[in-house]
Ligand binder design. Structure first.
Ligand code: SAM
Length: 200
């Protein structure tokens, strides 16, 4: 029986969700969440601005795709998904994610996959803060842009992940694999009562 949900942060025109639906069909994923500004990348903050020359393609407004309504229709027509299986949240993460009711999300079961494809350090940091109470044992936590910025640990998603892992008491991430040119996938675990992977 379906028992969990998929979340994608940075969905552009919805191709990642369509792909995930096709790959995960028949699995336990009952609900799909997609988050995007639908306006492309946000204005770069100081940190992302300072990293700009290593990743010139990441600039304000790049990756602007269709409207929320167009993307919803694209996803529905390219999958067998029902309308009530798909929640799209429009807005820049910094504004949209703090407004989301975590208890409401948890009514959909467990977070099975978090696909984080939002390019920037600042966006990834906001997403990881949001995910902190949701990542559980076995959650796939997948970063599309880990090896951007020439793989430097001082920029982009890699920096956001390392900062989060050095501070959070809620979850850890076990390395799983690299994928495509720039991606990296982890398997999450909860710190605390399960003790799985906990460091003493
Ligand atoms: C490379 S595209 C995503 C591609 C998509 N996952 C796919 O499979 O086709 C990056 C997306 O991240 C979104 N994005 C990045 N930072 C964001 C933020 N802070 N708030 C909202 N959306 C953001 C952009 O609007 C853009 O659509």
């Amino acid at each position: 029986m379906p028992s969990g949900y998929y979340m994608e942060f940075g969905i552009l025109n919805g191709h990642g969700i369509i792909d995930a639906y096709r790959q995960l069909r028949g699995s336990q994923v009952a609900h799909y969440f997609g988050f995007d500004s639908f306006q492309g990348l946000p204005k770069l903050d100081e940190k992302d601005g300072a990293s700009r020359e290593l990743m010139p393609i990441f600039y304000e407004g790049n990756y602007k795709g269709g409207s929320e309504a167009m993307v919803r229709s694209n996803i529905i027509s390219n999958t067998g998904m029902k309308h009530d299986q798909l929640t799209l949240v429009e807005g820049f993460f910094e504004e949209s994610l703090p407004k989301i009711n975590i208890d409401h999300i948890k009514q959909h079961g467990e977070l099975l996959v978090a696909y984080i494809d939002c390019d920037l350090y600042s966006s990834t940091k906001t997403v990881l803060n949001f995910l902190e109470p949701l990542i559980t044992d076995g959650t796939w936590v997948v970063f599309d842009d880990y090896w951007c910025y020439r793989g430097s640990p001082y920029h982009g998603q890699r920096l956001a992940i390392e900062e989060m892992l050095s501070t959070t008491k809620s979850f850890g991430l076990t390395d799983y694999t690299n994928f495509y040119g720039f991606g990296k996938a982890y398997i999450g675990y909860k710190k605390g009562h399960h003790g799985v992977g906990d460091k003493k």
